[in-house]
Structures are given as structure tokens and as C-alpha cells.
Design a protein around this ligand. Structure first.
Ligand code: IMP
Ligand code: MG
Length: 175
């Protein structure tokens, strides 16, 4: 079966949206420093582009998490694969995600980061699938709301492939 990618959001659309998000964040955090925490691997492409468009002082860190297997996913237990390098105490943190689906990952991170003493915690995601949400959590900065489709590109993968696509698409199969 041949596989191809149907474009959902072009490189230009994504680029334009990231500029808007960067501008909003720069205005909201005027006079402060913002600490961006990107969730690997998916958010890395988006976070670099976002950081370049923020005009207030920025520091960055990354974290890698994974759900404890499919069967326990509903429990909302998240395993830390790579922890933060730097302390969060008294920092204004923005957790940067590629896509928010059930919302469990960011919900878990919010509690964890509160315990680490962050002064404030907000969320920024390139994509949001609100139909899939199972926890009550609001995302402060959303690039695009999309329907419940599995997407790839701009950091997001299908079996570890397609992260390098400069646009966002849906995987299709044909005979
Ligand atoms: P949540 O905890 O269910 O919100 O999971 C969010 C994570 O699931 C994202 O950071 C992605 O790693 C992954 N994910 C959810 N939907 C997609 C998708 O359509 N394509 C690629 N990864 C996805
Ligand atoms: Mg992810």
C-alpha cells in the first residue's frame, strides 16, 4: 500500500501563525523573562521557531515524557524519559507542545511544575484537537484547532517518520 501525505496546513500558514503567537506572548510577558519548556520530540521544531519570534528575554529547556503503555493510558500516568536541566523556581513557564489531544500530558506537567515552584505556568500548542479532550484543562495559546485526524510534520511523527516535513499533513493510504 502506498502512503502519501495530504496537506492540512501549509508552511506559510504555520509560519504566519507562529509569528502571531510569538507576538502575543511578547506582549503578554512584557517586562518579564519567559522560560519555554518544550516537550520532546514533537514540539522541538515549533519551539525553535516560536522562540525566535519572542522579543522578551527567553530561556529554554526540554523534557521528554511518555505514557505508560496503551493499556494504562487512561490512568493518565506519564513517565519522565528525560527530565529538565534547570530549576523552575520563580520562573514564568510556558509549556510548549506540538499537539494537545486528551490533555493528559499537559495536565500531569502542570501539577509537576507547580510542585517545582514555578511562579506561573501557561500552555502553548501549535495544534489542538478539542474533540479528544478527556481532562478539563484550558490551553492559553493555540495555533490551530483541528478535527480529530492523525497529523504529521513540523515535528510530529507517524512511526518516527515525517517529523522533518516543513508543513502539516494527514497520512493517507492507497493501493
Ligand atoms: P495527550 O496527552 O493525549 O494530550 O497527548 C499529546 C501527545 O500525543 C502529543 O504531544 C503527541 O506526541 C501525541 N499526538 C497526539 N495526536 C497526535 C497526532 O495527530 N499526530 C502525532 N502525534 C500526536
Ligand atoms: Mg508530544
Amino acid at each position: 500500500m502506498a502512503e502519501y501525505i495530504e496537506t492540512l496546513l501549509t508552511e506559510e500558514e504555520v509560519d504566519q501563525k507562529i509569528s502571531e503567537l510569538g507576538k502575543r506572548i511578547s506582549e503578554d510577558y512584557a517586562g518579564r523573562q519567559v522560560h519555554l519548556v518544550g516537550i520532546l520530540k514533537g514540539a522541538s521544531f515549533f519551539m525553535c521557531e516560536l522562540a525566535k519570534r519572542i522579543t522578551v528575554p527567553v530561556s529554554i529547556d526540554f523534557m521528554s515524557v511518555s505514557s505508560y503503555g496503551a493499556s494504562t493510558k487512561s490512568s493518565g500516568i506519564v513517565r519522565i524519559v528525560k527530565d529538565l536541566d534547570d530549576p523552575l523556581l520563580d520562573k514564568d513557564v510556558i509549556i510548549v507542545e506540538d499537539i494537545v489531544d486528551s490533555g493528559r500530558t499537559i495536565c500531569y506537567l502542570q501539577e509537576l511544575f507547580r510542585d517545582k515552584g514555578a511562579r506561573s505556568i501557561r500552555f502553548c500548542t501549535l495544534l489542538d484537537k478539542p474533540e479528544r479532550r478527556v481532562v478539563d484543562i484550558s490551553v492559553d495559546y493555540v495555533g490551530f484547532r483541528i478535527p480529530d485526524r492523525f497529523v504529521v510534520g513540523y515535528g510530529m511523527d507517524y512511526d518516527q517518520r515525517y517529523r522533518n516535513l516543513p508543513y502539516i499533513g494527514v497520512v493517507r493510504f492507497e493501493d
